[in-house]
Design a protein around this ligand. Structure first.
Ligand SMILES: Cc1ncc(COP(=O)(O)O)c(C=O)c1O
Length: 352
């Protein structure tokens, strides 16, 4: 009954997340989840939270979680904003900080949710083409803008940008906010968090979905100058007072505090990635340099859509994008366990 829709709803083109198949026993390498379970301490914290207190609302300000994140990074709690996954954080960032008279800039090949938020909040934007090597060239962003957002490492390419470049970007753009979406930063990319203290126009977003194995809990955070955080709080408190439920807060605190488990699982993912890259290159794939928990790879002969369909027949799902044309031949492959990685290589060896 679309006659009842508000006008804007007719104009929306919603984001389409990677498939969450109902079939069991698939090797699921399509949505960049962590192949390892969350820390056992997270599971203990969640069990403890399944209690009579669920009848009460959670803390609307998530103060304990903010303190845990602030302690982890050596920041103050008023430099931290938390939300229901970094997607929700990003939505608030777009609305609170990136809607201005001049266009928002982001790469032409990047996280495909960005243009969706622009549609929802009616933000004008301009995409900036990646260079021939699929890299972000920061010189291309030195043009009039109402804000800049980019993931580091970029998605779906996985290519990391050195911190010195990111620093130049926000230093040379003092009149607008530069948002660095660090969803995948813990897998070998340099974080910009330590530059927050001196730079009031830098906002960093991160998530517990990837490096802390908590995609199902939905917790993300933003770090930046208290004035930027204040804008996000205003939007959040005009939208949903309780984005972090009691389970999410307890589990996220436990995850932030289990440093040893976090480091160990991240190192495992990185080690598997490095082996997978070598094996894929030996099979004739060009693999872009990755600082993430996924790789972006193209076979020199076999078409991307054919390979992805054939892998699926063998119970292995990877992600392949139909557009833009430049990336059609690429497969985005999440790093799984060592055993999953070997199964992938055996399947590819047969197919090629
Ligand atoms: C670049 C990037 N940013 C943010 C997100 C959102 O993650 P979440 O909402 O799970 O925190 C994703 C998810 O895949 C992503 O790829």
């Amino acid at each position: 009954m679309s006659k009842f829709w508000s006008d804007i709803v007719h104009t929306l083109t919603p984001y389409v997340p990677g498939e969450q198949p109902k079939l069991k026993n698939l090797i699921k390498l399509n949505t960049n989840e962590n192949p390892y379970p969350p820390s056992p301490k997270v599971l203990e914290a969640l069990k403890a939270e399944a209690a009579e207190t669920l009848r009460l609302y959670p803390d609307p300000n998530s103060d304990k979680l903010k303190s845990a994140i602030a302690n982890y990074y050596g920041l103050q709690a008023n430099q931290v904003f938390v939300g229901n996954g970094s997607d929700e954080i990003l939505a608030h960032v777009f609305q609170a900080l990136l809607k201005h008279d001049k266009p928002l800039l982001f790469p032409d090949i990047t996280y495909s949710f960005y243009p969706v938020y622009c549609g929802l909040y009616q933000i004008q934007y301009k995409t900036v083409a990646l260079n021939q090597q699929f890299e972000i060239d920061i010189e291309d962003y030195l043009q009039p803008n109402g804000g800049i957002i980019l993931p580091n490492p970029n998605a779906p390419t996985g290519i990391p940008l050195p911190l010195a470049k990111i620093e130049q970007l926000f230093k040379r753009n003092p009149e607008s906010v530069v948002v660095v979406d660090e969803a995948y930063v813990d897998f070998g990319t340099e974080s910009a968090v330590r530059l927050i203290q001196q730079n009031p126009n830098l906002l960093v977003t991160q998530t517990l979905s990837k490096s802390r194995s908590l995609a199902g809990l939905r917790v993300g955070f933003a770090l930046g100058h208290p004035d930027l955080i204040e804008a996000l709080i205003r939007v959040k408190d005009s939208f949903n007072s309780y984005p972090i439920d009691r389970f999410a807060e307890a589990g996220a605190i436990a995850a932030m505090q289990d440093q040893a488990y976090f480091e160990h699982t991240c190192q495992q993912v990185v080690a598997t990635r490095e082996r997978l890259v070598k094996d894929m290159q030996a099979l004739g794939f060009d693999v872009l340099p990755s600082g993430a928990n996924f790789i972006f790879a193209k076979h020199r002969v076999k078409a991307g859509c054919e390979l992805s369909a054939q892998l699926r027949e063998q119970g292995i799902i990877v992600r392949q994008f139909q557009s833009p044309a430049r990336i059609k031949e690429y497969l985005r492959i999440t790093i799984g366990t060592e055993a999953q990685s070997q199964a992938l290589i055996s399947a590819l060896t047969q197919l090629i």
